[in-house]
Design a protein around this ligand. Sequence first.
Ligand code: NAG
Ligand code: NAG
Ligand code: NAG
Ligand code: NAG
Length: 272
Amino acid sequence: MISSLFLIYAGLASQVSAACSRAALQDVAATYVQAQVSGKPTLLSLATNVSYGENDKPLDIAKGVLSQPITVDFNRSIYDTTQCATFTELTAATSKHPYVIHTRILLTEDASKITKIESVVTDSGDWAFNATGHLYWTRQEKWEPIPESRRNTRAVIQAAGDAYLDQWGNSTLPVPLGTPCARLEGGAYTGQSNPSANTCRMGAFPQPLKVADRRYIIDEELGAVDIFNGFPWLEATKPGGAVPSTNFIRVEGGMIRYIHEVTVCETPRCGR
Ligand SMILES: *[C@@H]1O[C@H](CO)[C@@H](O)[C@H](O)[C@H]1NC(C)=O
Ligand SMILES: *[C@@H]1O[C@H](CO)[C@@H](O)[C@H](O)[C@H]1NC(C)=O
Ligand SMILES: *[C@@H]1O[C@H](CO)[C@@H](O)[C@H](O)[C@H]1NC(C)=O
Ligand SMILES: *[C@@H]1O[C@H](CO)[C@@H](O)[C@H](O)[C@H]1NC(C)=O
């Protein structure tokens, strides 16, 4: 009797401590995809004070892209149970208006309410934008769960992503790029000609770039981090100012396997 009661209490306790469970976050991300497909943000459980923003600007959710139905061809999500947050990449190539959208969603500690939704929304004219190309390449990649014994810590996954961005500020800094490694920028794929090689290495920018305002979502099980950030210099009309950008990075054994970058341009192709 005592032992069975103990088991019941232990069970309840573990349910409480797992309130921001992976399952709850998977549900939120799947509902977000449905909300975008139907153009109905009200499908989501929003806190009354939820903040919504696109491309680093606050926006009325009813006027945003989430309120327009979009045909989504492919999506990938990661789940951050430590921060109680999700990240989703949507590829909409066959939609009347093609998009590639990166979205981070922050929730209350018990995952019951969404407190923040922010997206980088890219379409025609944005950096290397080509939703057809994005769809073609992302579909071929494998971002499967990493076996438990081979998982990296949050710190290692974040450090790999940070090293990639830090190197833009100092081209001699080391970046843990694996072999193979491929980068998908907009719809352009570095792995196109040699999928088994490390094609992620980058040359130095004409000037060192300081990538600031980094906002992370990290998933140890999928070995992935997404970093929302401001990309300075790229937009020719404002070389000192930053444009909205995110890098979605898969890490295997501490080494970068895939990088997906989406970046908003203020002039077509950022004038470059
Ligand atoms: C917003 O609402 C959530 C849940 O309803 C609450 O946890 C949070 O503290 C509120 N935030 C602010 C800034 O009022
Ligand atoms: C989103 O991805 C999930 C998991 O791969 C898939 O089951 C679902 O059908 C996708 N949704 C859309 C609209 O493509
Ligand atoms: C977009 O990508 C597709 C698939 O890789 C390619 O066939 C097409 O030529 C690309 N379009 C442009 C405008 O680059
Ligand atoms: C660039 O990184 C290298 C290697 O860590 C370091 O020795 C050097 O001081 C750095 N340069 C600048 C300008 O920070």
